[in-house]
Design a protein around this ligand. Structure first.
Ligand code: AHR
Length: 515
């Protein structure tokens, strides 16, 4: 009897010990070979709600909000700190209704249109190509233009390429550019050929889109010369692997560089739920959707691998993020939502996925940068708030252009009502100065997690760390309390030889630097 009790005790200890020790990360720095393209930290700005108008652009004659040529200076300042590498514009669904020539020349002569997709509001075209590309120069961000393939013409798109990128004197388009005050081209490299061609971009079948793509791509350059352009085909929605398969089969290899992919973490398209007042059940489902990105990227990459084993083509996740109901009292079509610690968890886990798949994922664009969906900045007149998502992206920007260190994660479960998700996600990189950065998230809604990270042969003599955490998952930065959630120094870790032991609070994200 006594012996069996002892055995049970030993056995229980063993179970507890092993379950406590489940969060294991093993970094294999010797196997590092791929670079995390900084464009994985990209953003997206659409003519939607107050992303452009009342967001970036407050009007040329605005005396209330400090601006230069109508562009808000506090936004530029915050986005420079974020190191925004690339900005996609002007849509989204808007892109396939947009005729770029309406948005150039003297503003008083620009025609107005109705923004069909986003509330039928008046679009006066006061923010157009010159304004966007000049703003990208100020931001130090690479522009990514979404061409109108749904309702435009191949000629219109070809002209846009010439207007933005061809040298002076080469065709009538550069002359038009010079007339509008810009002699030298901006030289735009990244071009999207339509957006969501399977939906708002024309409701096309993939076979039809592949043919349309080939036609548009042909006239953007000549057949044998990519003109230095990087052409991105409108990619699949979520798990439509057939879309990726058909495009890989049908697009001639010299006519494209990347396929897009869109995935939103939405609970239910008919019942998205509040962005701030959500239950743990809603949180759990959101995280299920967010972690699905790992499977999506893996499986779309596997399809691409069949046709492109050397990975010369990339996957551009050019729309991703959380999507909830709009804040009460705001225009339904403007997609204005708050941003809580739940969004910080979406950002932390998704960026880890992109880092770990950087051999195939070379660009991603969070939807959207200001005042729309999972924004990094929210504005209300002259007030501005940096969201928890902003802080995660800033903490993680150390990974931009660093060499990814492959790792294996063995995670404990975050359990909720009989369902479970891995609590831990992680990614690691070595920057050009040799510093190592490890980003870790714990999505568990109530349990801290002890994580043991095996550093292998990484040598370290100093370390520092930052954490983003808060008392409640539903916490956010409001216009009244804009600094409610900010990154703080993190010290709950220790290094013993090549083992890094971390205790990460519930729903938090940390970045550790080792030198
Ligand atoms: O980001 C909002 C919308 O979501 C985009 O316009 C569209 O591409 C997607 O469906």
């Amino acid at each position: 009897m006594k012996t069996s009790r002892i055995l049970v005790a030993i056995f229980s200890y063993f179970i507890v010990f092993t379950s406590n020790a489940q969060n294991k990360v093993v970094i294999n720095a010797a196997a590092a070979k791929d670079t995390i393209n900084k464009n994985i930290y990209g953003h997206f700005a659409e003519h939607l709600g107050h992303c452009i108008y009342g967001g970036f652009y407050v009007g040329d004659n605005n005396k209330k909000i400090p601006n230069k040529n109508g562009i808000r200076l506090d936004i530029i300042d915050a986005l420079k700190k974020l190191k925004v590498p690339v900005l996609r514009w002007p849509g989204g669904c808007f892109a396939d209704t947009y005729h770029w020539k309406d948005g150039i020349g003297p503003k008083s002569q620009r025609p107005s249109m109705l923004n069909l997709w986003w509330g039928n509001v008046k679009e006066d075209n006061s923010f157009g190509t010159n304004e966007f590309l000049n703003m990208c120069e100020v931001l130090g961000a690479e522009p990514y233009l979404s061409g109108n393939v749904g309702s435009g013409t191949p000629q219109e798109l070809a002209d846009w390429v010439k207007y933005t990128s061809h040298p002076a004197g080469s065709s009538p388009m550069p002359e038009l550019r010079a007339k509008n005050g810009r002699q030298n081209p901006w030289k735009v490299k990244l071009w999207g050929l339509g957006n969501e061609a399977w939906g708002c971009g024309g409701n096309m079948t993939v076979d039809h889109y592949a043919d349309v793509y080939r036609q548009y791509a042909t006239f953007m350059t000549d057949w044998n010369n990519s003109d230095g352009l990087y052409r991105i085909a409108s990619g699949a929605s979520d798990d439509d692997y057939n879309w990726t398969e058909v495009l890989m089969q049908k697009l001639p290899t010299k006519m494209f560089d990347a396929l897009g992919l869109h995935h939103y973490s939405v609970i239910d398209w008919n019942k998205k739920g509040s962005s701030t007042e959500f239950s743990e059940s809603e949180y759990f489902t959101t995280m299920q959707r967010a972690l699905f990105m790992e499977e999506l990227v893996t499986k779309h990459s596997a399809v691409m691998d069949k046709y492109d084993p050397k990975k010369t083509k990339s996957l551009s996740v050019d729309e991703w993020g959380g999507w909830y109901d709009v804040v009460k009292g705001t225009n339904e079509a403007f997609l204005f939502q708050q941003n809580t610690m739940r969004d910080a968890m979406i950002a932390g886990t998704t960026l880890n996925t992109f880092n770990n798949h950087c051999d195939r994922v070379k660009m991603a664009n969070l939807a959207q940068i200001i005042n729309v969906l999972q924004a990094v900045i929210l504005t209300n007149e002259e007030k501005l708030v940096l969201t928890p998502t902003y802080h995660v992206m800033e903490m993680y920007n150390v990974h931009q252009n660093a060499v990814m260190l492959p790792l294996k994660v063995n995670s404990d479960n975050y359990q909720f009502e009989g369902k479970s998700l891995p609590a831990i996600s992680a990614s690691a990189s070595r920057d050009k100065n040799g510093a190592i950065h490890i980003s870790v998230t714990n999505i568990d809604a109530s349990k801290e997690q002890k994580i043991s990270i095996n550093l292998g042969d990484i040598k370290t003599s100093s370390s520092s760390a930052k954490i983003l955490k808060s008392a409640k998952l539903q916490d956010y930065n409001s216009f009244e309390k804009p600094k409610n959630i900010v990154p703080t120094a993190f010290s709950n870790y220790k290094i013993n030889g090549n083992e890094l032991e971390i205790t990460l609070p519930a729903f938090s994200v940390a970045v550790i630097e080792l030198k």
